[in-house]
Design a protein. Structure first.
Ligand SMILES: C=C(O[C@H]1C=CC=C(C(=O)O)[C@@H]1O)C(=O)O
Length: 421
């Protein structure tokens, strides 16, 4: 059994107040410390302050988190005239990729600012209610990080390519069909990295992605693992990637190449099949389009499939559903157990919460969790000036190590551009 750290359950007042149709940027309201965020195209949730925290690891981590959250919700004295997904009590979470190795973190913020369908609200938990009839002032984000210095993470690029070769060998030997291998790089800045600056830049450049922050893990992910709204469940599965080019003709050719690539479609199929197989038992219907679309982002394109279904009346809550579907073959591989074992054996690093579910759940059980991709983990080292960046790629039987390395570089570029002055 892994450790659980949390405060005792006490009855808390949770008051949501409508703020009308304000359009100011939610991310600008965050303080630098303890920033929590899940924002897409100007809507979503930001939170700060910490009323409760759960740290949990080992088998059954998400089930224990669900039980813990249910106890907190049952003990809450809630006033919520807004009644939308994300109003009332909210829990932010960032789940370890591998619960056998990592610790998942859940935080109940003291203040949550939310916006959905143009309506804005604030939810305050606890007794210290700030003046909530006023607009929250925008917080200043630090201007400059100065020079950035990059260093290899666990493996240098040559060693990482060697691991890809080893994975291809194992796949060719019939041990598994696909595995996702990731690498990390370390970045040190001259000045402390202000999370708000990174979040604002990511959100501006990637409006169609979900910009997230939980416990120093910050990013903009294009991949939605599960969204639950009542009995509706949705997922955006991504796998299969091509770089972009600044030359329009070359860029169009790269996009067409992805759409026609048998290797990328095979990678994508594994991811779709794993999500559908693990989600279907909980659904009365699940619609999986037969062909992926191409999702175009500023730095890469992906094969992308939007899956949609309805949950059975006896389906478990969102956190338990996450436990059932994670890791899909977008971040693990196929078969799941063999892939996770191979990742433990050859990847050479601890993923921490990279590639794990990240997002929020409310007291009704509605919520959204993406996969923590295209992200930086602020390490707290060197006075807050250091971070670890991550990127991974699906490896199949005909993967080329150098092409996979280039793919990690294209993915890393998202956060690297946002870090730069
Ligand atoms: C594992 C990552 O991406 C996943 C999501 C989209 C495309 C992927 C791919 O083409 O390999 C990966 O499965 C990452 O960005 O670190």
């Amino acid at each position: 059994m892994g450790g659980v750290t949390s405060a005792a359950t006490t009855t808390r007042r949770v008051v949501t107040t409508p703020l009308g149709r304000r359009r100011s940027d939610l991310l600008t309201k965050l303080p630098a410390d303890g920033a929590l965020a899940w924002v897409r195209d100007g809507e979503g949730l930001v939170g700060w302050g910490e009323v409760d925290r759960l740290e949990v690891s080992g088998p059954g981590a998400l089930e224990r988190a669900a039980e813990w959250w249910a106890q907190r919700c049952a003990a809450a004295d809630v006033v919520d005239p807004v009644g939308l997904p994300g109003s009332g009590p909210v829990l932010f979470g960032s789940v370890a990729f591998d619960p056998e190795r990592g610790t998942s973190v859940f935080v109940v913020p003291a203040v949550v600012l939310g916006r959905r369908d143009g309506q804005t609200w604030v939810t305050v938990t606890g007794e210290d209610h700030p003046e909530i009839t006023e607009e929250f002032p925008a917080q200043a984000a630090d201007a400059s990080v100065g020079r950035l210095t990059y260093a290899d993470g666990a493996l240098d690029p040559v060693a990482w390519c060697g691991r890809v070769t080893e994975a291809v060998r194992r796949i060719s030997a019939g041990e598994l069909g696909k595995v996702v291998l990731a690498r990390d790089v370390l970045v040190t800045a001259d000045h402390p990295l202000d999370p708000r600056r990174l979040l604002l830049r990511l959100a501006a450049r990637f409006p169609s992605c979900w910009t997230f922050a939980v416990e120093g893990l910050l990013g903009a992910t294009p991949e939605l693992l599960l969204r639950r709204t009542g009995d509706l469940v949705e997922s955006r599965v991504l796998a299969g990637t091509a770089a972009r080019s600044s030359d329009p003709a070359a860029d169009t050719a790269l996009g067409a190449g992805l759409a026609g690539s048998a290797k990328d479609h095979a990678e994508h199929r594994y991811a779709i099949d794993s999500l559908a197989a693990s989600l279907r038992p909980f659904c009365t219907d699940l619609v999986v389009p037969s062909r992926p679309a191409v999702l175009t982002l500023p730095n890469v394109r992906h094969l992308s499939t939007d899956v949609r279904g309805h949950l059975s009346p006896d389906a478990p809550g969102l956190l338990e559903l996450l436990s059932a579907v994670h890791p899909t073959a977008a971040v693990g591989g196929t078969p799941t157990e063999a892939a996770v074992e191979l990742i433990r054996e050859i990847e050479g690093m601890d993923r921490g919460r990279y590639a794990g579910p990240v997002g929020w759940v409310d007291a009704r059980g509605d919520g959204e969790f993406g996969l923590a991709l295209r992200c930086a983990q602020l390490t707290g080292e060197r006075g807050g000036a250091e971070a670890r960046l991550f990127a991974g790629c699906g490896i199949v039987g005909d993967s080329d190590p150098m092409a996979e390395l280039a793919e990690t570089q294209a993915k890393l570029a998202a956060v690297q551009a946002a870090l730069q002055d």
